[in-house]
Ligand binder design. Structure first.
Ligand SMILES: [Zn+2]
Ligand SMILES: [Zn+2]
Length: 478
């Protein structure tokens, strides 16, 4: 009965949340600059009667909104940062709204809004039925730089959760069953001695040489690391002119491994290489940890709980116009990619030429290797059981972090997937609050078995502060 009313309320209030998601889509803000999105979503929650805590972890765009009292305490996680360079109109031609501007190519305009939609809907059920428990919405900034939730976790804001639920826009409805890689983001800085590169090279000590020797060492390291490791870098400072021996140079690395320990081990080995390079070049070496996400500890019990709501949540129905946009977006792909998309859609059981799955697909195999990508959601998944679902917000074959994805996530396709995700999360949370603790006990047992008593220690050192740009720290527009 309560579930029916929950869905009914959500169907009646869809326009409000569509408006929020589109406002955020139209005003994309990149990591740590999400002033508009965070104040929009937090004010909706505040007006709905949630208690607000802002500025979590020293980040003006991070907040926690809470409703209800006592246990169980359920978290719903939202994100709202955009990606640089992915500005795009809702069009199947490459047409940025702002040339080189940011855009919502990962659909976080939908991700953040669906969580608010679910949280407010649940609040109405808690109130109407006198259900005990606390609903908490976490406004999590800066997922795209993989550190927002780590800074929040450092403040302990996830510690008392019984479970957390979230989702991600994608191109099918399915539980997120693949673990992600743990990551260390580290920038190495070398300092040498400048000199005239032509007139007095013997007086110079090149910091750039140290960067290059480090990279050579790291490339030799690749053969001797566990399968699934990833090492990638970019030179962030290579000096200023060829005729000046560079006295300062920097290189930024992402090191990824199957779990936190593997990523830590890679860092220890990279630092030895960098120290070797500094010895060889008579330069000084320092390093700066910029991020340290955990691998994603998938909770299959919560994922199954989310999946079980698929019928009660009422799958989206895509229109002729949605189908046309889907086809024309996939038409922009390279021929081989397009062929793969059409083949995958057939495999998912869609009729020929259809690219928008409304039904659920089987999850990928449990216990497989990590995906290679990383997310700071990993951190939360080692603190509390996390369930995560993916819904159809873009056509099959369209990858997130592309301009085609930005277009889909601002279109009715994205909005329909967003509402479906919101209903799945709200229904699953409702069940956790009303099943006398059965679902939570199951999720907790799986969590305890998968963490085996290992406690979460944030991988970003205490002294490293969130890289909030000055105008945002000051409360103004970035
Ligand atoms: Zn992303
Ligand atoms: Zn994302």
């Amino acid at each position: 009965m309560g579930k029916k009313q929950l869905v009914q309320w959500m169907l009646e209030h869809e326009p409000l949340y569509e408006d929020l998601a589109l406002q955020i889509w139209e005003r994309p803000e990149t990591a740590y600059e999400e002033l508009f999105a965070s104040s929009l979503l937090s004010s909706v929650l505040e007006e709905a009667g949630f208690r607000l805590r802002r500025g979590i972890g020293g980040i003006p765009t991070a907040f926690v909104a809470e409703y209800g009292s006592g246990g169980p305490v359920l978290g719903i996680l939202g994100e709202y940062d955009a990606l640089p360079g992915l500005s795009q109109k809702v069009s199947a031609e490459r047409e940025p709204v702002t040339p080189n501007g940011p855009g919502h190519g990962c659909g976080h305009n939908l991700l953040g809004t669906a969580g608010v939609e679910a949280a407010v809907a649940l609040k109405h059920r808690l109130e109407a039925e006198g259900i005990a428990g606390t609903i908490r919405y976490y406004g999590c900034p800066a997922e795209e730089v993989l550190s927002g939730k780590t800074f929040m976790a450092r403040e302990g804001v996830f510690d008392d959760l019984d479970a957390a639920l979230t989702w991600h826009p994608g191109s099918q409805n399915t539980p997120w069953s693949t673990p992600t890689s743990a990551l260390t983001s580290v920038e190495l800085h070398f300092h040498g001695r400048a000199a005239h590169a032509g007139g007095a090279p013997h007086l110079g000590r090149s910091a750039l040489d140290a960067v290059e020797l480090t990279n050579i060492g790291a490339n030799y390291l690749r053969e001797h690391v566990p399968d699934g490791s990833r090492i990638h870098y970019t030179i962030t400072n290579g000096g200023v002119a060829p005729n000046i021996v560079p006295d300062a140079a920097s290189v930024w690395y992402y090191l990824r491994g199957a779990n936190r320990e593997a990523a830590d081990e890679l860092l220890a080995r990279l630092l030895k290489i960098a120290q070797g390079a500094s010895l060889m070049t008579e330069t000084e070496m320092g390093w700066e940890i910029k991020g340290g996400a955990y691998s994603l500890n998938v909770n299959h019990s919560l994922n199954a709980l989310l999946t079980r709501q698929k019928d009660a949540a009422q799958a989206p129905s895509f229109s002729e116009e949605d189908r046309r946009l889907a086809l024309s977006l996939v038409d922009t792909l390279e021929p081989a990619q397009k062929e793969a998309a059409l083949a995958k859609a057939l495999k998912l059981g869609l009729p020929e030429g259809e690219l928008l799955p409304a039904g659920f697909s089987e999850p990928g195999p449990a216990g497989g290797p990590p995906s290679g990508g990383s997310t700071d959601l990993g951190d939360v998944s080692w603190i509390t059981p996390v369930g995560q679902i993916i819904t159809t917000c873009a056509p099959v074959g369209i990858q997130v972090h592309t301009w085609q994805a930005s277009a889909a996530f601002g279109s009715p396709i994205g909005l329909k997937g967003m509402h479906y995700a919101a209903r799945l999360i709200a229904l699953a949370a409702y069940e956790l609050l009303t099943d006398r603790g059965e679902g939570l006990a199951q999720a907790r047992a799986e969590f305890l078995a998968s963490t085996r008593g290992r406690s979460y220690v944030p991988a970003i050192p205490r002294e490293v502060l969130a890289p909030v740009p000055e105008p945002v720290r000051g409360g103004g527009r970035a």
